[in-house]
Design a protein around this ligand. Structure first.
Ligand code: BES
Ligand code: MN
Ligand code: ZN
Length: 508
């Protein structure tokens, strides 16, 4: 999506549509002003339009000297907030996609006043508008051909898919620079998030471990960072027993990808991001029930987020080194699959009893966490994983579980969550939970019984970061693939991309 910034008067721009944000707190005043500019009969619509967050009213301007074809009145709820701005820009974009309008504007002429009301930077508000617009425009339609319709119409070819061309942010001369810089960042983050959503929404027959590694390679090539992929032979040489154990039942080889963005000059810090890359989770021999099993194509969400985050760091030329580590495989039952009760030796040397083959994420992350720590001695390690159903029970689709051994990192992630709109909630890592993952036959086992499933999974991972002082685990099982998202549709949200971008951009 192209984003441009204009300081022309909104009425002079001959666009398909212009969106105007309207908070409930100043609804009448805003509508009266809009009526004066465009001629939209504000008195009549005042009652119809509630200015609720995400509400969109489409009107047709009557004023001769108002050049745009449509006015989109965008509710933001009681007053402006970053979440409200993102959601309302997203609602407009979804309509724009449905109506197939290729070039539209959003009015930000009063961004200065909005920013002081919100106590937020103008550039960040512009960024949120662009992120939201990109979110709303998103549609996973790669695998739809319209072939049936084409045959009905006796045509050889399907209609070309709608492609949105340009978003124009309309602002004042004084705010032009801030809006421009925010829009640029928003476009980088928004497009990375769309790419990530595509990877996650891809069904497993389009996304195996090799294809996931290829996606990382393609991103590295496009944006100039290094990607190394270990194949099965190399993974065997390294004795990554966790990854190999999960892969044992599969016909497809595992991959272990390393993404390395190193800035010019001395990096301020090295941050390792580890992402769970289970391209499809059947549960293995501990087979999952078939209802909703198709959702498990999204079990590589953490891995996709990591690709997105490294891509953003490279595109924004952030002054930190970011290493992405992605262990990838599917989890399948077969004659060669591992059985419950089997004992694996992980890359760290720690032995694990596989009490349940469906607790596979922690097995592959174990190897990647140890590898991250030993090979890169990073200042911080953050892992992202669709790790437990228990975390979905605890926090629903609205927030990720945060587990960390570092209070400073907890604060950084919590703050970044609030600002980016991808919220996290801290949960405990007390040693009281250790007894739940004790094994009779190995060092630990990969399940922790009925209670505290998200916590015992995190306690398991903790064993593999050794004495590292700044590690955080994000259980994104709920928010990454919400089955009751804003649209009600089952689809990837790309949760984690904006959160990581916010953390990385503010690193000091
Ligand atoms: N990928 C699942 C977790 C999951 C569940 C993600 C629902 C998204 C939505 C994970 O591999 C898993 O199966 N976890 C088990 C662990 C259990 C066997 C200890 C779970 O949560 O049931
Ligand atoms: Mn599983
Ligand atoms: Zn899984």
């Amino acid at each position: 999506m192209k984003v441009s910034v204009s300081k022309a008067e909104p009425n002079t721009l001959a666009l398909e549509a212009i969106g105007f944000f309207v908070p409930r707190a100043s609804k009448e005043k805003s509508l009266t002003a809009l009526n004066a500019m465009a001629g939209i009969v504000a008195a009549g619509l005042n009652g119809d339009f509630k200015a609720e967050e995400g509400e969109v009213l489409i009107l047709y301007p009557q004023k001769e000297n108002f050049k745009a074809k449509r006015v989109f009145v965008l509710g933001v709820g009681q007053k402006f907030s970053l979440d409200a701005v993102r959601k309302s820009a997203a609602s407009m974009a979804t309509k724009i996609r449905e109506m197939k309008l290729p070039k539209v504007g959003i009015n930000l002429t009063e961004i200065n006043a909005i920013a002081s009301e919100m106590q937020e930077e103008e550039s960040y508000i512009a960024q949120a508008v662009v992120e939201g617009f990109e979110l709303g425009l998103y549609d996973y339609n790669k695998l739809k051909t319209d072939r049936i319709q084409a045959l009905k119409d006796k045509k050889h070819k399907s209609e070309p898919k709608f492609e949105f061309k340009e978003l124009v942010l309309i602002t004042s001369a004084a705010s032009l620079k801030a809006v421009e810089s925010g829009a640029k960042v928003g476009e980088v983050i928004g497009s990375a998030q769309s790419m990530v959503r595509d990877l996650i929404n891809s069904p497993s027959n389009y996304m195996n471990a090799t294809e996931l590694a290829n996606a990382a390679k393609a991103s590295g090539k496009k944006y100039g960072y290094k990607v190394t992929v270990f194949d099965k032979k190399k993974i065997q040489q390294l004795k990554m027993g966790g990854l190999l154990g999960v892969n044992q039942g599969s016909n497809e080889p595992p991959t272990f990808s390393i993404l390395d963005y190193t800035p010019e000059g001395k990096p301020k810090a090295t941050i390792a991001l580890v992402g769970k890359g289970v391209t499809f989770d059947t549960g293995g021999i501990s087979l999952k029930p078939s209802e909703n099993m198709s959702d498990m194509k999204s079990d590589m969400s953490g891995a996709a987020d990591v690709i997105g985050a490294v891509e953003i760091a490279a595109r924004l030329k952030l002054p930190i080194r970011v290493i992405g580590l992605i262990p990838a495989t599917d989890n399948k039952p077969s004659g060669t699959a591992q059985n419950p009760g089997d004992v694996l030796t992980t890359y760290s040397g720690i032995t694990v009893e596989v009490d349940n083959t469906d607790a596979e994420g922690r097995l592959i992350l174990a190897d990647a966490l140890t590898y991250a720590k030993e090979e890169y001695a990073p200042d911080v390690i953050i892992d992202l994983a669709t790790l437990t159903g228990a975390c979905v029970i605890a926090l629903g689709y609205q927030a990720a579980g945060l587990f960390t051994n570092n209070d400073d990192l907890a604060e950084k992630l919590s703050k970044a969550g609030m600002r980016s709109g991808e919220k996290v909630w801290r949960m405990p890592l007390w040693d009281d939970y250790d007894k739940q993952i004790k094994s009779e036959v190995a060092d630990i086992k990969n399940t922790g019984g009925k209670g505290a499933g998200a916590i015992t999974a995190a306690k398991f991972l903790e064993k593999f970061i050794g004495d590292h002082k700044a590690w955080a685990h994000l259980d994104i099982a709920g928010p990454s693939f919400p089955s009751m998202g804003s649209s009600g549709a089952k689809s990837s949200s790309g949760f984690g991309v904006r959160l990581l971008a916010e953390v990385l951009r503010n690193w000091n």
